[in-house]
Structure formats: C-alpha cells, structure tokens
Write a protein that binds this ligand. Sequence first.
Ligand code: ZN
Ligand code: ZN
Length: 586
Amino acid sequence: MSKIHIMSEALANKISAGEVVERCSSIVKELVENSIDAQASEIKVELIKGGLESIKVTDNGFGMDKEDALRAFCRHATSKILRDDDLFFIDTMGFRGEALPSIASVSEVELKTSDGTNSTYIHIKGGEVLENKSGDLRVGTTITVTNLFYNTPARLKYLKAENTETYNSVSLIEKLALAHPQIKFTLLNNNRIILKTSGSDNLLKTIHEIYGLNVSNKMLEFSSSNNDFDIYGYICQPEILRSNRNDLNTFVNDRVIRNSEINKAINDAYHTYKPDGKYPIVVLKINTDPTLVDVNIHPTKQDVKISKMQELYDLIYTTIKDTLYNNLLIPNALKEESVSIIKDSVIADIVTSMAEKEAKPHQTELNFQVQVKKNTPELKVSDELVVNKEMKNFVLYPVGLALGTYIIAQNEEGIYLIDQHAAQERVNYELYLNALKKKEITTTNLLIPITIELAASDFLALKENLSILTTMGFVLEEFGLNTFIIKAHPTWLLEGYEEESIRKIIDLVINIKDKFDPLKFNDHLAATLACKMSIKANTRISPEAQAELLNELVLCDNPYNCPHGRPTIIKFSIYDLERMFKRVMN
Ligand code: ZN
Ligand code: ZN
C-alpha cells in the first residue's frame, strides 16, 4: 500500500495547498485556466480586497455534470482527455486534478456549474462537502473562494497586502488575455472594473485594451518561422520603454511562459535601440511541437525549458531586429503619457502604493513606474489601429544649429531636432563596428612610434591580453620597464586622434574583467571610441558639416539612437505643430 493512501486525503490536500496556493493570484490562475480549458468565450473574475476576502470566477464554458463536479474536488481526479499532443499542456498544468481539492482544503468554496442538462451546486469548507444539490440552470461554471487559509492561519501571513495581491491578479489576467484574444475577460476588484477585453480575437486590439492607444499605436507587427518554430506578435517602438521585464509577454502554444533565454533574445535584438536596463513591451507568441518544450519545471512558476533553444533564439533575434530595421522609428516630440482605457487610477493607486513595497526575489528588477493620466486624448476606438509603417529613406534638410547642440532640420513631414553629439556618435559607432568586423586588416605604420608607459599592474594585465591588440592589427612590443612601444595601428583609427584612440583601446583591454568575448568587446570599443571622437555639445559646426552629418546619419542601420540607446532625433510633425498653434482643432 502506498504512503499516499495511508496519509489522510485531507492532510495531503492541505500539504499540497502550500505548493499550489501561494498567492490569491495562484487561485485566480487555476480557476481561470479551468475556464479556458472549458472553452469559455467569456470569463469574469471578481475580487474583493484583491481576493483576500473573496475570489469569484464565472465562465460560460461547457460546465460539468453532477459526478464531474464532485470529482473535481477529489485529489488526482482529472477530467482531462489525454491526447498525445497534450503533453506540454499536461506537463505545464501538472497540478491539474490537485488544484481544486487543494484550494478547497484551505478555504470555503462554492461551485455552481451546469452542462446544459444538469446543474449542480456544491458547498465545501476545509475540504468537507457541506451541501451538494441541484442548482439553477445556466451553462457554465461559477466558483467562489472565500475564507482563504482560515484553517491554516500560519499561511495567512504569507499573503501580501490587498494592493499587491490585486496587482498580481491584474498582471496575470493581462497575460492570459494576450494569450487568448478570442476570450472576453473582465476583472473587478471591490466591484470596480480594472481590466476588460472584448474577445475580438484581434491581438492588436487586445494590446490596445490592455495598454491603451498610445502603446498600441506604437506597436510593430512581426511574424516569422523556421523548421521548428512559428513566431508572431508585436514589439513596441523604442520610444516606449519600461523599467522592468514585466511587459515581455511570452507564450508557447498559447500558454503564458517565462524563459530567460527568450527574454535575452528580445533584449539583444533591441541592442542600442534602447538603453541597458530599459525594456520594451513585447507580445511574442511561439508555436511549436509540444515535445520541444521541457517539462520538469515547477508548474506554478511558468518557467519552461525549450530544446533547440539556439534556433529559437536566432529566429526571435533576427525577426525583431529586422522589424526594427524596417520601420521608421523617430519619436514624436509631442506625446501623451501612456494611458490605459480602463486600468485608470485604480492601477495607478495600486502601483503607487506598491512602489515602496519589497520586490519579490525572482523579480528583483521590479521598479514600478506610475503612469499618470495627463491630457487624456479622446479615445477613438479602435477599428483602425494603424501601425506606422513607412519607407526608411527620408531626407533631412538642415535649418540651423540651436544652443550649439541641436541641429534643426525639416522635410515635408515636419521639423526635427537632432542631437549633434548623439548623431555623430551613431555614425562613428557603425563606422568602427564595421571596421572591426572586417576579416582583412589593413595597418598603418607610425612614422614616430608611440610609447605607452603603464602602472606595473596594468602592464601585466595588458601583457596577458596582448593578442587582442595584435589581432586587431596593432604592432607593438615591450620597451623597457612597464612600457610598450606601438609601431603600427589598424588603419581605421581616426586621423589626428591616433594616440588618444590607442590609449583608450589599451584602457579597455586592461579593464577586461570577465571572459573575453570578442563581440561584446568590439561593441564596447566602438561605442567608447565613437563617444570620444564625436563633436561635443556646445560646439558650433558649419552648415556644411550639419548637412554632412545628417546625410551620414540617415544612412545608418539605426539612425534613431546613439550606441547607448538614447535618441538622436525627435520629430514635430506638421500636424503636431498645427495643433499646437491651433491651426487645426481637435
Ligand atoms: Zn557620448
Ligand atoms: Zn551615447
């Protein structure tokens, strides 16, 4: 006889409740996922005090008959039909069949369900069935969970304050709504609607309903595939960035997942389009053979492992990079603060008061930003969400230089301000990067060799990594105590700045801390030299030099950002100008 049979079922449920039920949102997750599995097209989640007082989930899915309804509260019961292609589903939802009994063992649960013929009402407290009778007829299921942890008070204290619990559920439903745009979701807390999607089966519209018009207007669609993976979704233009990774929404076969490699692919694709430590809003849907998705990970954590990860990484990286490359990404000077449709002050309140709260250990980067409604634009809903897609070849005509720092330019679409340092930094960065990538190296001999004297420790550090310099095309040798003599350098060093550049490069080599990664090193080197060699702010450059810089800028792979991800160029569209001068009213 196995141990599980010796242990009382009620006890087993209570123990397992500790694993399944961590937060109110984990209950919401289990209940809503049941509704999704029951093919509901409408799911309503009603929380009281963030779920601390009550969690109610109502769906119009196919409901249960009498036996299934009761069996749903038995451990290891599962009504799921196992098919081969359900492997991933079963594995990520591993606690299926345990979730409901576990929840019921530590709370009070009322279930009303109807499959269209029978309707059932079951009332359970602490795992004990108090009532089991016929209910009112309505297809679908309603489950209400109250008195959470009333019989295990020690666990109560692990629940957070109302705001945190609410926030977690909102974030969860947002992701589930993005995973299932065909389902109409409504989320209320204390009878106030916080989130509502229309079930339009239109992903962009769902993004609009969750993030608001200012975000959905700045989303770029992508889709691509290789032998093993299909990917589809939306990425935001780099002018919209967040301080944490919460809005990297990733899904495999419509399941919400988390995977650090996938996040890295996204982040790498945005390299220099954004500053480090800022993150885009992304909705990435991956479809694949379920057998490529690994199984042995704690189901409530959403983390998955994926075989053929490198192939997936390459696909995501290339697709996002190409999407950014193929779109015009100049931010408008005038913009409304990010506004959501319904997640109004409710969420602002929650987020504000959460900002002081502790971050969860696995989400250390959490840094909540309050987005305050300001000049809320009238929301023209959303049949015509047009994603800005233009040709990239644009021309900028310089008008002059303002404050010795910003080039003013114009074209038929409006007026532009260009940060001359950032712009030249971008131009030089791509120049250096391309030179560093070249296979054949051309070198220039120095007529007067340069001697570089170093501190003893730096001398040793450089000696250790000398091959980096020689591979680049430097010819150098030791020259007395702690000194090197440079006899030739790669040709691409900017004329007149050879010694300065060489010193900077040596400085970077000396300071290599981790394992040498040539790609990273070259990138860092190109960015550093580019910054050093670019016109500073408060330097007056001639109209010819302005025109030349603008021409070089628009030819860059990414003309919109300096190598550190800051914008090079900002636009005042003619429409914005007319609006500001009240030439047009709206
Ligand atoms: Zn700089
Ligand atoms: Zn910069």
